[in-house]
Design a binder for this molecule. Structure first.
Ligand code: PLP
Length: 481
């Protein structure tokens, strides 16, 4: 943002001037052929703007934003990586975009084939047996997975109503467990940020349906006892759910199916490169082991004699979870990404994601102590040093100051178990130059905090809006019109 660009928060309706028009329909037929009964009585309450006014208005608004395409965006737990443009081209191909959602199978062969093949490839990549790509968000995938577990136990006649969720799990995990009607049993992590096996042993009981593991967990640490955890759960008849939204750290390196995961979701919009954030469309497909196949949602994409079709023939299906084909455009982008990278390249992606996170961590650990001293995976969790906290500097101040230096703030105050957490996920697509610039900005901010804490407390200084009252904004949004 340069200084010339003053913040203009006028709404388009406020810019409106009588009789300004974008498009003129001068053809007489447009006006006369519409029966009077279909014509509106009052003018619609729309802004009257020239086309140029409208273009400037929206282009200006878009520039007030931070985005992956304009700024380094190290938002932990979100995998804000570069989204290759070829994905956009693929998902915009007319054959896909003009497909009617109620199209007969024979007219939807291309889309069905892609969904089928994407499922197969994802299963292979993760060592799982079966899949559904209908869920439209990570949290939706979790919910679908837990409904499968519920059905699985009900068909077996087992009454299990507890789900174990370690405190290092993503917040959507306990929320999912409660939404699906289970009791959540919280497990405290040990000092290394890992699950304590003894604690787990004590918590497992005949009522435990599922244990939900975020791998790597929200501290950016790999659960090194994951195989033992799965074995212990299985001995108790408990299923293991893996929140695989952080697959960017593992893809191509390990297969969750190999260490005993029964079901998992993927955030295709994160790991498999769809622009996301701000509540945009996602895809949280789930992969399962054979034992859970009979419960998958309807319809299932099947293949017979070289033809693809949607089948409702799933004996104990939990039913439909989404109309039509899920968020097909996200699936198409994910598919383009899957085809572009073979298994070896995926391992390289994960390795570079891990390398970048450890590079940031190692470069900053002297001034911003990490939560854990061990190597992190694709993201690291840092904290402000004690002396800054004593001077009244908070993580929020550091995040706001980063905006002045042209960086989107990292995730802050998450994971909840880390006091004043700063969670940085650089992703594999950032260059060393960008990481060095970010590291330099963090160091500069630390110096500023030592010399003149007010700079931080009043940051950002260069943004069009300063500190918002976030609670008020959420409770009483000022939606002017
Ligand atoms: C992002 C994320 C989720 C939730 O995914 P949505 O698509 O936002 O619903 C769940 N778990 C983890 C670990 C995540 O990073």
């Amino acid at each position: 943002m340069n200084d010339i660009m003053k913040f203009d928060n006028e709404l388009s309706i406020e810019k409106s001037r009588p009789s300004k028009r974008g498009l003129h329909f001068n053809c007489p037929a447009c006006q006369t052929n519409i029966p009077a009964s279909h014509l509106r009585k009052n003018e619609p309450k729309l802004p009257e703007l020239s086309e140029f006014d409208a273009v400037r208005h929206f282009t200006r608004l878009s520039k007030y934003n931070f985005s992956v395409d304009t700024h380094f965006y190290p938002l932990g737990s979100c995998t804000m990586k570069y989204n290759p443009r070829i994905n956009e081209e693929v998902s915009a191909l007319e054959g896909f975009t003009s497909l009617h959602p109620m199209a007969m199978d024979e007219n939807a062969q291309g889309t069905l084939e892609i969904i089928y093949d994407a499922q197969e490839r994802l299963c292979r990549l993760c060592g799982m047996d079966d899949a559904t790509l209908w869920p439209v968000a990570g949290a939706h995938g979790e919910y679908t997975g837990i409904l499968l577990a519920k059905k699985y136990f009900s068909v077996r006649g087992e009454e299990r109503d507890e789900i174990i969720v370690p405190d290092s799990a993503h917040g959507t995990n306990p929320a999912t467990a409660s939404m699906a009607g289970f009791k959540t049993v919280n497990l405290q992590s040990n000092a290394q940020g890992l699950l304590d096996l003894e604690n787990l042993r004590k918590s497992l009981n005949p009522k435990t349906a599922v244990i939900m593991m975020t791998v790597p967990n929200t501290l950016g640490i790999f659960e090194k006892n994951i195989k033992a955890i799965c074995d212990m759960a299985h001995q108790n008849g408990t299923l293991v759910y893996m929140d695989g939204a952080n697959l960017n750290a593992l893809i191509g390196i390990i297969k969750p199916g190999d260490f005993g995961i029964d079901m998992m979701h993927l955030n295709l919009h994160k790991t498999f490169s769809t622009p996301h954030g701000g509540g945009g469309p996602g895809a949280g497909g789930i992969l399962v082991k054979k034992i859970l196949s009979p419960y998958l949602p309807k319809p299932k994409v099947e293949k017979k004699d070289g033809k693809y079709f949607l089948s409702d023939d799933i004996p104990h299906s939990i039913g439909r979870i989404k109309a039509h084909f899920g968020n097909t455009q996200v699936l198409l982008r994910a598919y383009a990404y899957l085809l572009k990278h073979g298994p070896e390249e995926f391992a390289q992606i994960a390795e570079n994601a891990i390398l970048n996170a450890n590079y940031v961590k190692a470069s900053l650990e002297k001034i911003f102590p990490p939560y854990s001293s061990q190597y992190c995976m694709h993201e690291c969790v840092l904290t402000p040093p004690e002396e800054l906290l004593k001077n009244g500097i908070r993580t929020l101040d550091i995040a706001k100051r980063l905006l002045d230096y042209g960086f989107h703030a990292p995730t802050i105050y998450f994971p909840l178990i880390v006091h004043e957490a700063i969670m940085i996920e650089p992703t594999e697509t950032e260059s060393k130059e960008t990481l060095d610039a970010f590291i330099a900005a963090m160091k500069k901010i630390k110096e500023e905090a030592d010399k003149d804490p007010e700079i931080l407390k009043n940051a950002p200084h260069t943004m069009p809006v300063k500190r918002l009252d976030e609670v008020l904004a959420a409770r009483q949004p000022n939606i002017k019109w």
